[in-house]
Ligand binder design. Sequence first.
Ligand SMILES: Cc1cc2nc3c(=O)[nH]c(=O)nc-3n(C[C@H](O)[C@H](O)[C@H](O)COP(=O)(O)OP(=O)(O)OC[C@H]3O[C@@H](n4cnc5c(N)ncnc54)[C@H](O)[C@@H]3O)c2cc1C
Length: 504
Amino acid sequence: MHSPRFTAEPSSNGTVERDPVFDVIIAGCGPTGAMLAAELRLHDVRVLVLEKETEPASFTRIVSLHIRSLELMAMRGLLNRILERGRRRPVGGIFAAIPKPAPKGLDSAYAYLLGIPQPVIEHLLEEHAIGLGAQVRRGCAVAGFEQDDEGVTVELSDGKRLRSRYLVGCDGARSTVRKLLGVGFPGEPSRTETLMGEMEVGVPQEEIAAKVTEISETHKPFWLRPFGGGVYSVVVPAAGVSDRAEPPTLEDFQQRLRTIAGTDFGVHSPRWLSRFGDATRLAECYRVGRVLLAGDAAHIHPPAGGQGLNLGVQDAFNLGWKLAAQIRGWAPETLLDTYQAERHPVARDVLDNTRAQTELTSAEPGPQAVRRLLTELMDLDEVNRHLIEKITAIGIRYDFGEGPDLLGRRLPDIDVAQGRLYGLLHRGRGLLLDRTERLTVGGWSDRVDHLADPTAALDVPCVLLRPDGHVAWIGDDQQDLDDHLSRWFGRPGLPPQNGEREPG
Ligand SMILES: Cc1cc2nc3c(=O)[nH]c(=O)nc-3n(C[C@H](O)[C@H](O)[C@H](O)COP(=O)(O)OP(=O)(O)OC[C@H]3O[C@@H](n4cnc5c(N)ncnc54)[C@H](O)[C@@H]3O)c2cc1C
């Protein structure tokens, strides 16, 4: 484990040190901010995460981790810890909750869905980031910032000012960073709102189950699901759209349950109560100078298909090594801009599929007819596969230019001589996976590992993987490889003293 080596504190009396003490300040320690902090620490970047809440979240909302996120966790050696705390489910039935099993032979070693309470995944990611040496300060909200050619001065809500080279807003849907940056957030406002909470009930389970089956035919989303220990997860459509400044009350739930189901099921003793809307918005850009956006700060959409957290964590995974490269000084000129070029279209696609899913859950006759048609179409393997690969994010192909279909896609966790491929990616470095045994990463060996393995389960001679596991090059020619190493990993460093370093 790395330990923090950067504990110097800028002054807090209204002045600020001009030399950055931190390389990156991250606003928000949700899943996106914590993942980004950890990715940066893999490259020894000095990271400070500022989180406005003094305590971690205490609600127990279960979220779904999809295949690509599970793959990322495996790539950083986190998967077992996460699996221990979640519950595996088959992948089927996730697109608009249309009950179709997943297509056979999904191309992943992790072809399942993991239900896990959001605070648990947040805690594990925060712990991982801190273990790698990130500093997290709770009870510190970012209230303002100014950027100049050398860095960013970040102002906290208590007036303190800190200096860093970059600032990343991972501060959620109502992002202060995005607003202060003046980045547009176009899209649609909420048309509906849903109440969600956990509470105890006063009637037997069988009575609830029968009523919920009946009501959920016409009202979506609507459920009361036992959660253990007599507690139920309750979801019911709200009466209208609020400004969501205040959480709902137990009376709000009772009233809506009575209106919709004719009974309030004797709900009492709430653990937590909240509400969410179906607003759909995408930030116009993800970067202005030295300030970037990721996660819900950059995109919001209804929870259909359970994709928001996954999308944010994957943003962080895409951004981490690029921002680290920029700070370490080896990033090619346009590398940091590829963050927006790659991730903005992915978010646009997620927004679109959640819009489609939301329409498909409407009780109106038109959407219901489309739903029936799509349900039939999903019997076609190709249709079902396309939708599942979209929601689970394993179908993503970044545009790296012309080339074989594998170029720009993620490589699954294939078998290699040393075990599994993802076991070689824990350090967040590039990897040349070489079946020819005659290529070399030469002067890039400080950033890129080389595995010469004629037995690797690949049907191409050689691939160059970026630290996020996407295929950056396919081929067998050294000059062509060197060109692509330059494209993604900048100018070569000093030649290795003792031959190339094998991944450890
Ligand atoms: C009902 C519901 C169900 C969902 N189910 C799923 C699911 O199954 N799968 C899935 O992938 N996603 C799901 N989501 C979405 C998921 O919860 C979000 O997409 C995810 O939390 C976004 O993570 P984030 O880190 O980007 O933002 P957040 O989780 O919002 O974290 C932002 C953090 O920034 C902090 N912050 C805010 N302002 C400041 C500031 N000025 N300074 C410092 N800190 C600040 C906040 O306190 C917070 O800790 C669901 C959402 C809802 C509402």
